[in-house]
Design a protein around this ligand. Structure first.
Ligand code: HEC
Ligand code: HEC
Ligand code: HEC
Ligand code: HEC
Ligand code: HEC
Ligand code: HEC
Ligand code: HEC
Length: 405
C-alpha cells in the first residue's frame, strides 16, 4: 500500500477525548476506495444494527436506477412533463433501462438514461446520468407530495437543461464515496464509476472500515472494536461534525471532497458560508445544525448533539411520542397547563408546537402547467415557543374530539 497509515491505540479514556485526532487511524492519509468494506459486510457481526439501518432514509438516499428505486410512473398518460407548447420530456422504459427523452414538436432531440437515483422519496427524487466520466443531473424530478413528475429544483423552464454537471459535493452528501479523477475545483468533476459507493452507509459515520473488518475477523475473541470510530466517544464538537458534513448547509471546500472522515475536524476541510445567518433566514433544508444552534436548548445545554434526539441506525420518522420522550430527558418538569388540552396530549407531542413544519425554499418543485413552485414541508430545528402553532394545535385537537362524538 502506497499510503502511510499511522496506527494508534483506540483510546477510550475521558481525559484523552480532547486529543481528537487519535481516535481516527486514517486521519491524515488519503482516503481511497480500497479502505471501505461496504455496509453489507457489517451484518455478519452487527446484525440488529444493520437490519434496522436498512430501513433508514440514509440507506435509500442514493441507489442504482431500477424499477423499484424510481418512484415516478412510466405508465402512458402519466409519463411526461410538458415544458411548453411542443416541448415535452417523456419518461420511457426500454428493456431494463429508463430514459428521459426530450421531444420538440414530436421529434426526439436528446435521450439520457436514468443511472443513479438521489433521494429516498420522502420529499422527492432527482436522477443522474453518466456521460463518459461525467455525471449530469436530469431535468425531470419526482415530487412525492403530489406523486408527480416535476421540473428539477432550481431548473429553468427554458432552455431544458441536459448537461448540468453534478458536483462532487452533491455526491459527498448523498453517497459514501466517489473516486474523483484529476480533481480540480474549477472544472466539472470526473468520477470513476467502478469506485463509487452509493447510500450514506455505515462507514460515512464510522470511517472506512476494511481494516476493522480484517482485524475483527482475525481476532474473534477480542471484544474491543479496533480501527473504527464510534461517534459516542468523540467530543461534542467532533460528534456534531460527523453529521454537519451534510446537515450544516452550504460549505466552501478547503480540501478535495471525500477526504473528511469521522473524527476529523470539519473546519480543516470546509468553511461555512451560512454561519452569519440568523435562524429565520436559514433554509430548513439541509441546515439542521445551523438552525438548531440558534435554539436555547442547544446553547444552554452542554451536551446536546444530533444523537440526543436521533438514533442514526433506526427509522423513527413520525414517531412523535418517542421524540417527545427525548425532550423530557431534559425537560423533566410538568409542562404549564394549556387551556383546552389534557396534560397527556401535551406530553406526547412536544414537536408540533415547538418544532413545527415549515416550507423549504430549496426543496421546491415546479409542476406541469404551474407558474409557482410548491415547497416541501420540513421540521424546523429552531426549538422555541410558536404561539400560532399552539393555537393551530388546540384547534385541530378540538375538532378531532368533536368528530369522535
Ligand atoms: C468480524 C466481525 C466484525 C465485522 C465484520 C464488523 N465489526 Fe464492528 N466490531 C466488531 C467487534 C467484535 C466489536 C467490539 C464489540 C462491540 O462494540 O460490538 C466491534 C465494534 C464496532 C464499533 C464500536 C467501536 C467502539 O469503539 O465502540 C463500531 C462503530 C463498528 N464495530 C462498526 C462496524 C462497521 C461499520 C462494520 C462494517 C463496515 C463493522 N463494524 C464490521 C466486529 C466486527
Ligand atoms: C453523507 C452525508 C450525511 C451524513 C454524514 C449524515 N446525514 Fe443525515 N441525511 C443525509 C441525507 C442526504 C438525508 C436525506 C435522505 C433522503 O431522504 O433521501 C439525511 C436524512 C437524515 C434524517 C431524516 C431521516 C428520515 O427519516 O427522513 C435524519 C434524522 C438525519 N439525516 C440525521 C443525521 C444524523 C443524526 C447524522 C449524524 C450522526 C447524519 N444524519 C449524518 C445525509 C447525511
Ligand atoms: C450539503 C449537503 C447536501 C448537498 C450538497 C446536496 N444535498 Fe440533497 N439533501 C441533503 C439533506 C441533508 C437532505 C435531507 C434533509 C433536508 O432536506 O434537510 C437532502 C434532500 C434531498 C432530496 C429529497 C430527498 C427526500 O426524499 O426527501 C433530494 C431529491 C436531493 N437532496 C437531491 C440532491 C441533489 C441532486 C444534489 C446535488 C445536485 C444535492 N441534493 C445536494 C443534503 C445535501
Ligand atoms: C448517520 C450516521 C450513522 C450511520 C449511517 C451508522 N451509524 Fe453506527 N453510530 C452512529 C453514531 C452517532 C453512534 C453513537 C451513538 C450514541 O452516541 O449512542 C453509532 C454507534 C454505533 C455502534 C456502537 C454502539 C452500539 O450501538 O453498539 C456500532 C457497533 C455501530 N454504530 C455500527 C453501525 C453499523 C454496522 C452501521 C451500518 C449498518 C452504522 N453503524 C451506521 C452513527 C451512524
Ligand atoms: C439536552 C437537554 C435538552 C433536550 C434534549 C431538549 N431541551 Fe429544550 N431546553 C434545554 C435547555 C437547557 C433550555 C434552556 C433553559 C430552559 O428554558 O429550560 C431549553 C429550552 C427550551 C425551550 C424554551 C425556548 C425559548 O426560546 O424560550 C423550549 C420550548 C424547549 N426547550 C423545548 C424542547 C423540546 C420540544 C425538546 C425536544 C424536541 C427539547 N426542548 C429538548 C435543554 C434541552
Ligand atoms: C399545544 C402546544 C404545546 C405542546 C404540545 C407543548 N408545548 Fe411547551 N409550550 C407551549 C407554549 C404556548 C409555551 C409558553 C407557555 C408560557 O410561557 O405561558 C410553552 C413553553 C415551553 C417551555 C418553556 C418554559 C418557559 O417557562 O419558558 C418548554 C421548555 C417547553 N414548553 C417544553 C415542552 C415539552 C418538552 C413538551 C412536550 C412534553 C411541550 N413543551 C409540549 C406549547 C406547547
Ligand atoms: C431536540 C431534539 C432534536 C435534536 C437535538 C435534533 N433533532 Fe432532528 N429532528 C427532531 C425531530 C423531533 C424531528 C421530526 C421527526 C419526525 O417528525 O419524523 C427531526 C427531524 C429531522 C430531520 C428530517 C427533517 C424533515 O422534516 O424531513 C433531519 C434531517 C434531522 N432531524 C437532522 C438532525 C441533525 C443533523 C441534527 C443535529 C444537528 C438534529 N436533527 C438534531 C429532533 C431533533
Amino acid at each position: 500500500m502506497s499510503i502511510l497509515i499511522v496506527f494508534t491505540k483506540c483510546i477510550n479514556n475521558q481525559n484523552k477525548k480532547q486529543e481528537q485526532k487519535e481516535e481516527n487511524v486514517l486521519t491524515g492519509s488519503v482516503i481511497t476506495y480500497d479502505q471501505f468494506a461496504g455496509s453489507e459486510t457489517c451484518a455478519k457481526c452487527h446484525q440488529s444494527i444493520t437490519d434496522n439501518y436498512f430501513h433508514t432514509a440514509h440507506f435509500y438516499t442514493s441507489q442504482n436506477a431500477a424499477e423499484q428505486s424510481i418512484k415516478g410512473s412510466f405508465i402512458h398518460g402519466k409519463n411526461s412533463f410538458t415544458y411548453d407548447v411542443g416541448k415535452i420530456v417523456s419518461l420511457e422504459k426500454k428493456q431494463d433501462s429508463f430514459y428521459q427523452v426530450y421531444y420538440y414538436k414530436g421529434k426526439e432531440v436528446v435521450r439520457r438514461r436514468f443511472d443513479i437515483v438521489i433521494g429516498s422519496g420522502t420529499n422527492g427524487q432527482t436522477y443522474l446520468s453518466w456521460i463518459g466520466n461525467h455525471i449530469i443531473e436530469l431535468p425531470v424530478s419526482y415530487f412525492t407530495q403530489v406523486h408527480q413528475w416535476a421540473n428539477s429544483p432550481g431548473y429553468p423552464l427554458s432552455p431544458i437543461i441536459f448537461n448540468r454537471p453534478v458536483t462532487a459535493r452533491c455526491l459527498e452528501c448523498h453517497a459514501t464515496f466517489a473516486q474523483a479523477i484529476n480533481y480540480n475545483p474549477d472544472i466539472p468533476p470526473m468520477f470513476d464509476s467502478s469506485k463509487m459507493i452509493l447510500t450514506v452507509g455505515c462507514e460515512k459515520c464510522h470511517g472506512p472500515a476494511a481494516q476493522h473488518v480484517a482485524y475483527e475477523e482475525q481476532h474473534p475473541n477480542d471484544s474491543i472494536g479496533k480501527f473504527i470510530v464510534n461517534p459516542a466517544k468523540l467530543t461534542r464538537q467532533l460528534s456534531l461534525d460527523v453529521c454537519a458534513l451534510c446537515h450544516s448547509g452550504r460549505l466552501d471546500e478547503l480540501k478535495p471532497p471525500f477526504q473528511f472522515i469521522p473524527g476529523d475536524s470539519l473546519n480543516d476541510f470546509y468553511t461555512s458560508s451560512d454561519v452569519s445567518k440568523k435562524a429565520g433566514v436559514m433554509d430548513v433544508h439541509g441546515n439542521q445544525l445551523g438552525v438548531l444552534s440558534a435554539s436555547k436548548c442547544f446553547q444552554l445545554s452542554k451536551t446536546m448533539t444530533c444523537v440526543t434526539c436521533h438514533d442514526p441506525h433506526t427509522n423513527e420518522r413520525n414517531n412523535t411520542t418517542l421524540f417527545s420522550q427525548r425532550c423530557q430527558s431534559c425537560h423533566t418538569n410538568q409542562h404549564k397547563a394549556i387551556e383546552g388540552l389534557p396534560d397527556d396530549v401535551v406530553k406526547n407531542n412536544c414537536i408540533d408546537c415547538h418544532m413545527p413544519l415549515q416550507e423549504s425554499t430549496s426543496i421546491s418543485f415546479l409542476l406541469q402547467n404551474k407558474t409557482q413552485p410548491v415547497n416541501a414541508m420540513m421540521r424546523t430545528h429552531y426549538i422555541t415557543v410558536y404561539n400560532d402553532e399552539t393555537k393551530k394545535f388546540i384547534k385541530q385537537y378540538t375538532s378531532s374530539q368533536k368528530k369522535k362524538l
